[in-house]
Design a protein around this ligand. Structure first.
Ligand code: WQD
Length: 322
């Protein structure tokens, strides 16, 4: 198929683009490079430098090359920042996504894969979290993702667009074949922060609270390897195009690791000290987030194969140590 990947120069987007290329699809990446990297652009894909807020350019691109499907991964994604700058998250995440959906409609692109997030669930009522769990985002970033899901459901009903909303748990790791080596700028997620401390980009890792109701008091998350996530996108496109049906599905490893477990494992794998300082909790952080990926298994025959802690950290350290 001919695929447009919006945000395809980003951390997850570049892994998705690589898997689509390897599966024989034609790929065009549309990215404003605000956080995406030129070094993440592959020789065997087309690249267009553009922004999802430039409606005319976006429409022209979508109409231009007879795309069969588009993948939408362009978003502001820092949960904490979304509380400070909701107006930016409204414009970029919500208005930008509406621009994409309207451009897709206008261009007759029927299939849309959307990068959603486990943050749509908020504080869990039960664990592991399945797709029937109530959606009560605890931060504005999660709210924007849920709103876009709701708009897509209406576009499915009214216009026949078929979408897959992929609720990523915590994306981590780097391409196991080491084909993607661009490190994120100013990361806020735990593992890249730890790796920055391991290679001296920052002096220490702040641990946001040690008084959670978890075995060691620190937050537990479900980390899923970006290679696994990318394969989930391939499977989801097959599902919505072959069944002509939309899908909302969790993509998670079903394993939980605490902050301290990750730090200890990173010390072992990197051989570096990794200084930590305990600070107060970060508002809105649930104690534990873990996915049930049962529905992904049933509908997509998908499970996370590369999301063990060793692979997650080893593949990341290979990139950071260089
Ligand atoms: C993981 C754990 C922190 C940093 C967010 C988004 C989510 C998704 C993934 C985009 C928590 C602790 C973290 C640090 C720490 N993003 N931590 N010190 O918050 O689970 O999810 O990123 O889709 O939508 O909400 O990920 O990596 O920020 O935190 O102690 O410097 O590590 O408290 O327990 P999170 P995270």
């Amino acid at each position: 198929m001919n695929i447009l990947i919006i945000g395809g120069a980003g951390y997850i987007g570049s892994h998705v683009a690589r898997e689509f290329l390897d599966a024989g699809h034609r790929v065009t990446v549309y990215d404003n490079l605000s956080s995406g990297l030129r070094q993440n652009i592959f020789r065997d894909e087309q690249f267009i430098h553009g922004d999802i807020l430039q409606k005319e350019q976006l429409s022209a691109v979508c109409r231009g090359a007879g795309f069969d499907a588009l993948v939408h991964l362009a978003a502001l994604k820092a949960a904490g920042e979304s509380a400070l700058k909701p107006e930016q998250y409204s414009v970029y995440n919500i208005c930008g996504s509406i621009n994409i959906l309207n451009a897709a409609l206008e261009a007759g692109i029927k299939y849309v894969l959307f990068s959603s997030s486990a943050t749509v669930y908020g504080e869990p009522d039960y664990l592991p979290i399945d797709e029937h769990h109530p959606v009560r985002p605890a931060n504005y970033y999660g709210f924007t993702k849920l709103e876009i899901e709701r708009i897509m459901a209406w576009y499915d009903k009214l216009k026949g667009i078929r979408f897959a909303s992929l609720r990523y748990f915590n994306a981590a790791g780097y391409d196991i074949q080491n084909r993607i080596t661009g490190i994120e700028m100013n990361p806020t997620n735990l593992i890249p922060v730890i790796m920055e401390a391991a290679c001296g980009i920052r002096s220490s890792v702040q641990i946001f609270g040690t008084d959670y109701k978890t075995p060691d008091g620190t937050g537990v998350r479900d980390y899923v390897h970006v290679n696994d996530l990318a394969l989930g996108h391939l499977a989801a496109l097959d599902y919505i195009s072959l069944n002509d049906k939309s899908l909302t599905v969790n993509l998670g490893s079903e394993k939980g690791f605490s902050v301290l477990e990750i730090i200890e494992a990173a010390r072992r794998i990197t051989g570096r000290r990794i200084v930590t300082t305990v600070v107060e909790r970060r508002t809105g952080d649930p104690a534990i987030l873990m996915a049930s990926a049962q529905y992904a298994k049933e509908s997509l025959a998908w499970t996370a194969h590369s999301s063990d802690l060793e692979t997650l950290l080893d593949s990341t350290w290979k990139v950071y140590q260089n």
